[in-house]
Design a protein around this ligand. Structure first.
Ligand SMILES: CC(=O)N[C@H]1[C@@H](OP(=O)(O)OP(=O)(O)OC[C@H]2O[C@@H](n3ccc(=O)[nH]c3=O)[C@H](O)[C@@H]2O)O[C@H](CO)[C@@H](O)[C@@H]1O
Ligand SMILES: C=C(OP(=O)(O)O)C(=O)O
Length: 421
């Protein structure tokens, strides 16, 4: 298993180019199943999760090809409806195949994704919404078996989701595009990735209004065609590099990004006393000659502070002055980075869903274990500023969501190497 070996005590300076967003690319690649033709996607990040999605789409029969920087997916070739456990277990987002398969073929058999390190992550809202749209669903032998009566289509419905769920909103939105009649999704998630997905579906011929608000309306159409679509920049990758710059007292320009989707994160960086400047497609952060202050964070669905930036800000608070609290409200077990940070000397106390970060006298490198994607990022950032050597194990988690993070960090001056074990 690969590891990162980091020599700490460095300051990050320079420019970094942000990749396309994993969390936009995944639903959008699954949306290609809905189209009776070839779709071409640009700004798709080169990540392990994208590779898993390609493999799953090929298993379903889709033709998937990289043409230079473009990813082509021919949805017309899809002729199977089984998403097997071997692939789904590698990536929870595989459950996003369910809505498109059911809407286009009237049946789907998708393995239950199961929980992961950050929480149980049920899919009850996905299932309940599809049932409301006319699907018969049985969960048996670890699979979601869904079908619609022979010769029928899903039908439009009013669906209220009790919890704000990004994945359920995406699955139901995709399914609704090919349903008969009008679907209204209430209490929908408002993440920018959902807007990007809706734009893609509209380019395929779908009729959608309200994406980006908590009420999305979809007028179903009979068929969708292939499209050309650009994946939006990754706001979480951007935020990770901005925090890395701030933690290391450095100065970094993130290029090819979009500050609009990052307002809650930028506000917290400003509260932390960083200088933050935005332009149309870049964000500059400087911590030079400034004193980093701890900031209180409470994660919330968009437009609140994103849970996917929680671990990175926990790391920021560890090196900052003053005490601060981090409260996680989205996932019940998203503090796996805390015991690892404590092994590096971090002064953190966990109580329920809140981490109390006091001032840390001394951070030293240590052998630590990555447990999930963003936890891994927080350990890498802390390794960069800690004294001595840090070895981060199980970095396959990082590779799920960051495109060659070690190359980008090295370019900024970090001393980080991948070691093949
Ligand atoms: C690929 C992708 O885009 N992943 C993101 C997506 O995950 P994902 O779509 O899995 O997260 P959700 O928004 O669905 O989860 C939010 C909360 O709702 C709960 N829930 C969800 C579905 C359901 O049927 N029942 C239920 O109770 C979850 O357990 C969780 O507590 O949004 C999360 C919340 O912003 C992010 O951290 C993930 O990075
Ligand atoms: C939790 C995340 O991803 P996933 O939903 O794919 O596990 C994430 O991107 O931080």
């Amino acid at each position: 298993m690969d590891q990162f070996v980091i020599q700490g005590g460095t300051t990050l300076n320079g420019e970094v180019t942000i990749s396309g967003a994993k969390n936009a690319a995944l639903p959008i690649l699954f949306a290609a199943i809905l189209a009776d033709g070839k779709s071409t996607f640009s700004n798709v990040p080169r990540l392990r999760d994208i590779g898993t999605t390609e493999a799953l789409l090929r298993t379903l029969g889709a033709e998937v090809n990289w043409r230079g920087q473009l990813l082509e997916i021919d949805g017309a070739k899809v002729d199977k409806v089984l998403a097997p456990y071997e692939l789904v277990k590698q990536m929870r987002a595989s459950v996003l195949a369910l809505g498109p398969l059911l809407a286009r073929f009237g049946k789907a058999q998708v393995s239950l994704p199961g929980g992961c390190a950050i929480g149980a992550r049920p899919v009850d809202l996905h299932i309940a919404g599809l049932e409301k749209m006319g699907a018969t669903i049985r969960v048996e032998n670890g699979y979601i078996n869904a079908h619609i009566a022979q010769g029928e289509r899903l039908h439009g419905a009013e669906v209220f989701m009790e919890t704000v769920s990004v994945g359920a909103t995406e699955n139901l939105l995709m399914a609704a595009t090919l349903a008969e009649g009008k679907t209204v999704l209430e209490n929908a998630a408002r993440e920018p990735e959902i807007v990007n997905l809706a734009e893609c579906l509209v380019a395929m011929g779908a009729k959608i209004s309200g994406a980006g608000t908590s009420r999305i309306e979809v007028e179903g159409v009979e068929a969708l065609q292939g499209c050309e679509h650009k994946i939006l920049p990754d706001r979480i990758e951007t935020g990770t590099f901005l925090v890395a710059a701030a933690m290391s007292q450095g100065e970094v320009l993130c290029k090819n990004t979009d500050y609009h989707s990052l307002e809650p994160v930028l506000d917290k960086l400003r509260d932390a006393n960083a200088l933050v400047e935005v332009s149309q497609d870049s964000i500059f952060v400087s911590m030079r000659d400034r004193e980093l202050q701890g900031v209180n964070i409470k994660t919330m669905p968009h437009p609140g502070f994103p849970t996917d930036m929680q671990a990175q800000f926990t790391a920021l608070n560890v090196v900052a002055n003053g005490s601060a609290t981090i409260t996680e409200t989205i996932f019940e077990n998203r503090f796996m980075h805390v015991p690892e940070l404590q092994r590096m000397g971090a002064n953190i106390r966990l109580e329920g869903n809140t981490a109390y970060c006091g001032e840390t006298a001394f951070l030293s490198g240590a052998q630590v274990m990555a447990t999930d994607l963003r936890a891994s990022a927080s350990l890498i950032l802390t390794g960069i500023v800690a004294e001595g050597e840090t070895v981060v194990d199980r970095i396959y988690h990082v590779d799920r969501g960051y495109q060659r993070i070690e190359d980008k960090l090295s370019q900024l001056g970090a001393k980080i190497k991948r070691r093949h074990n």
